[in-house]
Design a binder for this molecule. Structure first.
Ligand code: UDP
Length: 492
């Protein structure tokens, strides 16, 4: 319940989808809202709570008004294994369907909290279409966040509306994305999520349809983007697709000091100081950072291919590899890379001083913003793209699934700050296999030569614009203000 001082303060509930990317974005958003005088409450489940509270420690220490409330996740009732409360524990599409179904059971406990706390607004992840009804029951606006940008939102909407994939004969035939402003964008059926191209009413397809429907009835959308990055698509989304939306990003820029930057989402598997020290020893723009987000988990065969590609390209690099099985990790920690399935024999010895492998979780923003980092190999998750843009680094795009293939087009063709590694197929978690040669070629293209320099200059210019956008008077700063003013008007 609100105390006297809090009564006049706008109070916003954040309810993110249970995946690291969404939760990291939420923590950043909550910090942004709180730093501008709004009271923020984040709702999550018990197992995810410590991840968020740890990330928040820095900001609450600064006196920001951010609360954290847990609601029980019904994994047992839904038939999920114990502790399966985060999308990163999902190992198959079937399990994902059950997980999504379990999230619908969160409606009742969420509504109890709305009743108890009476916030002024509910900002909820797009995979909770029912949250629009929940907010309506309490007479407050529901705002959606997708965790993605305007370009992918416009592409997704165009594909769903016009179904251009039905006009081609084979999965590999290219088709043009209809009614999109700017340059012509082509895709194939192979890179589209199967639930989008199927006429069957699978439970996943139903959730996605319900989410699209709740889009139309909700109050608006907050987007982690800035106008200078993808303005024509922001205008298209608002004026042609008639959606209300506010650009408030890049939200990761609210993490100002190295402590905030080094703990985002999970505890980093490397000491931030050691990591910075390693980077300090390298020349500017000489290190490639390779990371595939929180939900990609490559096969050992692919990891070996990456290792060989990186060795062959001759650059310094930091490579983040998701935690492997414990016994394997222990061998790695003792430096015995011989026989480690995913590393070529003697790899770490040969690459000593040139390569830093982080097994687990990296302090990504801290690394990307270091002046030694000159390139980023990314799976094209939206947070990573914006973090790469904010750091001004050219990218090798390696989309795996979700909307990552759309994001790749923005980076390589619209913004021209990256090159594609060449994945051609949407394959959840493990991705389409990429050969060593393709990796080596793509990395060289963003690190060496005139074209790399041009990409770097464009990326640096965007990074400057990103910072200006969130400063007082900038485009995101002003958009945020108009959102707050509107919410205040509604709450009076
Ligand atoms: N991230 C990180 N360390 C890692 C891997 C990821 O800090 O080792 C952060 C990254 O900075 C980003 C988020 O996790 O903010 C991943 O979100 P994104 O949208 O890029 O991808 P997802 O994980 O949702 O596929």
């Amino acid at each position: 319940m609100a105390n006297e001082n809090q009564k006049d303060q706008l109070h916003v509930f954040f309810f993110p989808f249970l995946g690291h990317g969404h939760m990291i974005l939420t923590v950043d958003m909550a910090q942004l809202f709180a730093s501008r005088g709004v009271r923020a409450t984040i709702i999550t489940t018990p197992l995810n709570l410590p991840l968020i509270s740890r990330s928040l420690q820095e900001s609450t220490a600064l006196g920001l008004a951010i609360n954290l409330v847990a609601i029980k996740f019904p994994y047992a009732e839904a038939g999920l294994p114990e502790g399966c409360e985060n999308a990163d524990s999902i190992s198959s599409q079937d399990m994902f369907q059950i997980f999504i179904k379990a999230t619908t059971m969160l409606q009742e406990p969420l509504e109890q909290l709305l009743q108890e706390h009476r916030p002024d607004c509910l900002i909820a992840g797009w995979l909770y279409p029912w949250a629009t009804d929940s907010a309506a029951k309490f007479g407050i606006p529901r705002i959606v966040f997708h965790g993605t940008g305007f370009f992918p939102l416009c592409v997704g909407e165009s594909i769903a509306l016009h179904q251009p994939y039905k006009d081609v004969v084979s999965d590999t035939d290219p088709f043009v994305i209809p009614n999109l402003p700017g340059i012509e964008i082509q895709m194939t059926r192979m890179v589209l999520p199967p639930y989008l191209v199927t006429d069957e009413d699978t439970s996943i397809a139903k959730v996605f349809k319900a989410a699209a429907q709740s889009e139309v009835t909700r109050f608006g959308v907050v987007v982690n983007s800035f106008y200078e990055l993808e303005g024509i698509y922001a205008d298209h989304y608002k004026k042609v697709l008639r959606r209300r939306a506010w650009s408030i990003g890049p939200v990761s820029l609210c993490n100002r000091d190295s402590k905030e930057k080094s703990y985002r989402g999970k505890r980093a598997s490397i000491d931030a100081h050691d990591c910075s020290k390693w980077l300090d020893s390298k020349k500017p723009n000489s290190v490639v950072y390779i990371c595939f987000g929180s939900s990609t988990d490559f096969t050992e065969h692919q990891l070996r291919g990456i290792a060989m590609g990186l060795e062959a390209c001759g650059q310094n690099f930091i490579w983040v590899v998701r935690e492997r099985k414990k016994n394997e990790e222990e061998r790695g920690a003792r430096g015995q890379d011989q026989g480690q399935g995913w590393l070529p024999e003697g790899f770490e010895k040969r690459m000593e001083g040139k390569c830093l492998i982080i097994r687990g979780w990296a302090p990504q923003v801290l690394i990307l913003e270091h002046e030694s980092v000159g390139g980023f190999v990314t799976h094209c998750g939206w947070n990573s793209i914006l973090e790469g843009v904010s750091a001004g680094v050219p990218m090798v795009t390696w989309p795996v699934f979700a909307e990552q293939f759309y994001n790749e087009k923005l980076v390589t063709q619209v913004l021209r700050i990256g090159v594609s590694v060449g994945t051609k197929k949407w394959v959840p978690v493990v991705g389409d296999y990429v050969e060593k040669k393709a990796i080596m070629k793509a990395v060289k293209e963003i690190m060496e030569g005139e074209e790399a320099e041009e990409m770097r200059n464009r990326a640096k210019k965007l990074a400057r614009m990103a910072r200006e956008a969130v400063e007082e008077g900038g485009s995101s700063y002003s958009d945020f203000n108009s959102l707050i003013e509107e919410l205040k008007g509604l709450s009076n």
